[in-house]
Write a protein that binds this ligand. Structure first.
Ligand code: SF4
Ligand code: SF4
Length: 296
């Protein structure tokens, strides 16, 4: 606004310094960085307890407190190549950057630990009686896994034509944490989805989520993949352990794996995994040292 003592507007607007920006966003950045560090440490240590702590923090902090998850609307930004101003959105860049880098490094790490909705349904799965679960037949599960890619393609096509971002409400349940919707229809849809999730574990993540599908596509370039043994083609213990339908014989299906650690714990378990028993048998036969740690 032009001031009376500066009618030509020569006086410049005060310039925001980095210390101003960090003072305004420092708490948000620090909490987010702390949460992402917790997620990484729980993943790196393969600790079941830390994983469930991370999932609980994800629901409480990322879901109900921050209520600012990544969304299909962030994928729309790529379509438009239009991103929020860097200086005022440092936490968004940290979050989005971490998600893309972690997906390239390890696959859908975001889905396995960071996303509050995924964390919520994983916690449901861990607390509800196992007898309530319905195991989806393998052939149906493999086909249903493609639905999320169809939804992703349809939503992107819709957005490219209409530029209407509000479509996210119909394909994502993330807004339930912020309770930003008042539509009875949409809340009924969320209710039905959660009831169905009681019986079919991680239903939305496995079959419906367009953001998960996007991360699944990026996961095809995963750098550090889960190791497999030669015995995996016949053993199948890990395949039965995987609750995400992400193991088929010796192969990990990158687009479905959320790096939950379950198979990796079996893989490193010298009492459960036949690979170790075979090595042990061979070592005893040849009189060599008994293997104690995984070898590549
Ligand atoms: S699949 Fe979607 S809802 Fe599930 S954890 Fe991933 S981003 Fe979240
Ligand atoms: S069990 Fe293994 S393959 Fe399945 S989702 Fe977890 S880490 Fe991925």
């Amino acid at each position: 606004m032009i001031q009376p003592d500066d009618p030509w507007g020569f006086e410049e607007e005060p310039v925001e310094t980095w210390s101003d920006l960090l003072a305004a966003q420092g708490l948000d950045l620090t909490l987010l960085a702390a949460f992402l560090l917790l997620a990484y440490v729980s993943f790196h240590r393969k600790s079941v307890r830390l994983k469930y702590v991370t999932l609980a923090v994800s629901v409480a902090y990322m879901g109900f407190w921050k209520s600012n998850l990544l969304s299909i609307t962030d994928v729309f930004r790529i379509v438009d190549w239009s991103f929020p101003p860097f200086n005022h959105n440092l936490a968004w860049y940290l979050f989005a950057g971490f998600t893309v880098v972690s997906t390239v490094l390890w696959g859908r790490f975001y889905c396995g630990r960071v996303c509050a909705y995924g964390a919520f349904t994983q916690l449901m799965d861990a607390t509800l009686p196992t007898g309530w679960r319905v195991d989806v037949p393998k052939a149906l599960e493999a086909r249903a896994g493609w639905i999320k890619f169809g939804i992703l393609a349809a939503v992107l096509a819709y957005y490219a034509v209409t530029h209407n971002t509000m479509v996210y409400r119909y394909v994502e349940p993330f807004w339930m944490f912020g309770r930003s919707e008042t539509s009875v229809l949409l809340w009924t849809g969320i209710g039905l989805l959660l009831v169905a999730t009681v019986f079919v574990r991680n239903l939305y993540c496995r079959f419906l989520c367009p953001l998960g599908a996007t991360l699944g596509v990026i996961s095809l370039a995963t750098v550090f993949r889960i190791k497999r043994w030669g015995e995996c083609s016949t053993c199948r213990i890990c395949e039965k352990t995987c609750e995400w339908g992400a193991i088929k014989g010796p192969r990990i299906i990158q687009t479905e794996c959320v790096r939950c650690d379950d198979c990796e714990r079996v893989y490193a378990d010298t009492a459960k995994c036949p690979h170790w028993r075979i090595l042990d048998y061979k070592a005893r036969k040849s009189g060599g040292p008994i293997p104690l740690t995984p070898v590549s």
